[in-house]
Write a protein of this length. Sequence first.
Length: 255
Amino acid sequence: MRGFKLLDKKQNKSLGFEAERYLLDDYGSEHIHLKNDSKELVFMVMFRTIPENSTGVAHILEHTTLCGSEKFKVRDPFFMMLRRSMSTFMNAFTSSDWTAYPFATQNKKDFYNLLDVYLDAAYFPILEEEDFKQEGHRLEFSKLDKSSSDLEYKGVVFNEMKGSMSNISSVTWQALTKNLFPDLTYRHNSGGEPKEIIEYIETIKTKRPCKKIDETKRAGATNKHGVEAKKFIVNKSLGIGSFLKRNFNNCLLYT
């Protein structure tokens, strides 16, 4: 396969799959193929996203990435596909030092449709300012029809992390990692600490309104370089040769 080099190949009989690891020489992008007999056709693209603080930049970017891309200029293509696709799983995750966009379906045509949407979103998101206000954080009247009412912080990620950090398990885990790894990136809350999100907003109010958005976009550009990406395919029927041949141009484009 032109451009792709087989790095490693291993059989795992206990779990019933064979793993193949490929490298796209020109770009350093890694492709991992897990061959098994499952009916599920699975794909995941994964990026290294190392937090430098607990403001939730990677988490906000994960959400805004799925709010429209260059090829699919519609509002929330992710949720549009939830309604139109035959997928058995669609999601995105932000972990302590990586962000992943996985999906699964049992229909091959649906698989390639979802692949196009996911890869375009992951590498070419539009990242509009309104998306950051919706998914990240914003100020809103507590009573929308009364401008005299108090202002409140709102936002999908902000509200999500408020809920998460009201859970004793999450609070305990963050306290443990903060004290166990005081000099490492794992001391930070990659999802975002609500208090730090608010404090960060306050510090940039007097500077430049779009600074947070600019920094988040820069974080995306840094972390989504092809060398940082890993792509996973799971299923025997999705032969790696035919897959890469069919998607060779896309593999170059999205790397």
